[in-house]
Design a binder for this molecule. Structure first.
Ligand code: ZN
Ligand code: ZN
Length: 353
């Protein structure tokens, strides 16, 4: 694969960036950063960046677009190809942009590049791409989840690609459906134990999936959200084209119940602060008078609040991933014709041939 170089995201979680050499120019797939690394950027020099004709960006999360301005400062002046929603949420400003619209699934980018694309089920604005060059095709899933509660995933079928770079963030975990059941069982167990359940969530992405899962399975409980997450829910709903219709209506109905947290009457509280670092989160947690448990569903960085909760035995982990496990991939990948599969977004360095 001399024409494909891994610049990030392969053998590591984050910094997703893949470079494809095409004749006298280059294509980049994503330009993420690794926010825990003192040097967070993918290593691509000016000489190459100046020759990048197209940069495809799968979605607005930092580990996929965080290096965009750095690349522009260092010579990138090609075309950015992205969904309009991801562009807005990433808060970037770049004139040379081609927007991919969900009303279509194909784009003739230029004489020798045809692009097939679809929604990847990961968050609003997230897309997968199949980039067909003259002699070779590259499939790129971006962050991907086929089993979803909230977002539509256009699961690829009959896609032909020589190389398929596929989100495989979880090596050992079960399929997403079972992970979702385990999560609901965990929350239910704590509620049965007369504990209030607090869920710190990522407001754009996993948070909406968790909310929908709870609304569908634990609707008899009083569910509340903090201000930050409420704001994100409203923002998410602006992009209806990425939502499953029934889920969209469920969220709308939920908003009619006036779910903003204002006192201690909740059973389940979702907070839009996945790392528990905001002052407002601390204030809320200090004011919960009854017995409560914080269920962390993703990675949490070490901090004072986490330590305090651990000491009081008020924190449990139950992963609610919004990436694929290797088992998830098996469910759909064989409906396509992929040559070499590159499982990325994990610390393995593996190719499936
Ligand atoms: Zn993501
Ligand atoms: Zn990612």
């Amino acid at each position: 694969m001399t024409d494909l170089t891994f610049k990030g995201g392969y053998g590591e979680h984050g910094r997703s960036c893949f470079l494809i050499a095409v004749k006298d120019y280059y294509i980049i797939l994503d330009c993420g950063i690794m926010d825990t690394d003192p040097n967070p950027y993918p290593d691509i020099n000016r000489e190459i960046l100046e020759k990048v004709k197209y940069m495809f960006v799968s979605h607005h999360h930092e580990d996929h677009i965080g290096a965009f301005e750095h690349f522009v400062d260092n010579g990138f002046c090609g075309k950015l190809v992205i969904s309009q929603v991801a562009y807005i949420l990433a808060d970037i400003n770049y004139n040379n942009t081609i927007f991919l619209d969900t009303n279509s699934t194909n784009l003739n980018l230029c004489e020798d590049i045809e692009v097939q694309y679809g929604r990847s089920g990961h968050c609003v604005g997230s897309l997968w791409f199949n980039i067909k060059l003259e002699n070779k095709s590259y499939f790129y899933s971006g962050d991907f989840q086929a089993y979803t509660h909230a977002y539509i995933c256009d699961v690829p079928e009959n896609v032909v690609a020589n190389v398929a770079i596929i989100d495989a963030a979880h090596k050992d975990l079960d399929v997403a459906e079972n992970r979702s059941k385990q999560f609901i069982d965990t929350v239910q167990m704590h509620l049965d134990n007369e504990e209030k359940v607090v869920l710190p969530v990522q407001p754009y992405g996993r948070g909406i999936e968790i909310l929908l899962d709870i609304l569908k399975n634990l609707s008899s409980y009083k569910i509340a959200v903090d201000k930050r997450f409420l704001k994100a829910i409203l923002k998410n709903l602006e992009y209806q084209q990425y939502f499953k219709q029934d889920s969209y209506r469920i969220v709308e109905k939920f908003l009619d119940t006036n779910p903003l947290y204002d006192d201690n009457t909740f059973d389940i509280l979702l907070i839009g602060d996945s790392h528990l670092v905001k002052q407002s989160t601390q204030t809320i947690l200090e004011n919960v008078k009854d017995k409560f448990i914080v269920v962390a569903t993703g990675k949490v960085a070490k901090n004072e609040m986490i330590d305090k909760l651990k000491k009081k035995d008020c924190l449990v982990k139950c992963s609610y991933t919004h990436h694929q496990s290797f088992k998830d991939i098996e469910n759909w990948v064989n409906n396509n014709e992929f040559g070499i599969i590159v499982p990325f977004h994990n610390d393995l360095k593996q190719l499936i041939v």
